[in-house]
Design a protein around this ligand. Structure first.
Ligand code: 8YV
Length: 323
């Protein structure tokens, strides 16, 4: 009988990582790759030594606090952990790790992609062409907004925001402004060319592109609401690669429909995988299905980062990425 720790991956990971883990642990895969429901997660808490969930798993108190629990580590696949009740995990002595750093560039790239698609009306153009509605070139066809010299306003200024700032500045000559709960070190401001704006309202009013990079959770719920949207410029674009509930989706639909803002580029939604039906009707909304970290390289690196934390934990060492 194997004495190796029992690990459950709640979704399929890249083959490379699944193999790496299978060589070291007794790994159970979720073959059908369907999200597990609360009952299955509760059962898993009794069966495994470590649970490796993702954003599609709701790890709340009812899941964590099961009788005869065996799980002692939650090795989250992802940097965001708003789907895990951290306070309850702490109270129960369950350790939690996440996967910072490795998805920074991929997610920043996607913020840039959404910015470009929204400002250059790429989705609209592609829909027009595929529908056979393109009648040919003309000087006033689908005019977008240029980015050079425009202000990118970043909400939150962690790793992903900083990478987005560097790309926007270096590649498109944008000016960078940011708002965060704390002002960043002068060295980081200097490296990224970013200027601190002390209020979110002021940043919303100034930004040509407002890009969200704050964590999800109660503190940032509907941070971008009707009032903040009303402060934005009529040509401005909202980009969200953070978490859906940071934006009041119904208010965003109204602002976009009334052209009170220019457009939106969204990768995340309030109730994934459900998308507000109003968004689906809007030409000025670019909608991607939570692809921020979706590159082969990044998803393998995320899995390997979970592996580092699992190995540390089962060797009795401190976690590399404790939450
Ligand atoms: C993942 C993410 O796609 O890491 C995160 O926080 O949003 C994405 O990289 C997913 O959330 C994994 O749990």
């Amino acid at each position: 009988m194997s004495q190796r720790p029992r690990i459950l991956l709640t979704r399929r990971w890249t083959r490379e990582v699944e193999q790496y883990l299978a060589d070291r642990f007794e790994v159970t895969l979720n073959e059908p790759d369907q999200p597990l429901d609360a009952e299955a997660l509760r059962a898993a808490m009794r069966e495994y030594d470590a649970l490796c969930p993702t954003v599609t798993d709701r790890i709340d108190a009812a899941v964590l606090d099961v009788p005869d629990r065996r799980v002692r580590l939650i090795g989250n696949f992802g940097v965001g952990f708003n789907h895990i009740d951290i306070a309850t995990a702490k109270r129960l002595g369950i350790q939690v790790s996440n996967t910072p750093d490795v998805l920074t560039e991929a997610t920043a790239d996607l913020a840039i992609l959404l910015m470009l698609m929204a400002t250059r009306r790429a989705g609209e153009g592609e829909r027009e062409l595929r529908a056979g509605r393109w009648t040919g070139w003309r000087p006033t066809h689908l005019l977008g907004q240029g980015l050079s010299g425009k202000v990118m306003g970043l909400v939150g200024f962690g790793r992903i925001a900083q990478a987005t700032a560097r790309k926007a500045h270096a590649a498109f000559g944008m000016q960078i402004a940011y708002y965060g709960r704390r002002r960043a070190d002068a060295a980081i401001e200097q490296q990224t060319g970013a200027r601190y704006v002390a209020s979110l309202d002021a940043l919303a009013a100034e930004a040509d592109v407002l890009s969200l990079h704050c964590p999800g959770g109660a503190e940032t719920f509907h941070l971008i609401d009707a009032a903040r949207l009303a402060r934005m410029k009529p040509t401005a674009v909202l980009v969200n690669t953070a978490r859906g509930p940071v934006v009041d989706e119904a208010a965003l639909v109204q602002a976009l429909a009334a052209r009170r803002i220019g457009g939106a580029g969204l990768d995340v939604y309030e109730e994934e995988p459900r998308v507000h039906p109003g968004l689906l009707q809007l030409e000025n909304a670019v909608l991607l299905p939570h692809l921020g970290s979706a590159t082969e390289q990044t998803r393998t690196a995320m899995g390997m980062r979970v592996a580092v934390n699992l190995e540390a934990f089962f060797a009795g060492q401190p976690l590399r990425d404790p939450v």
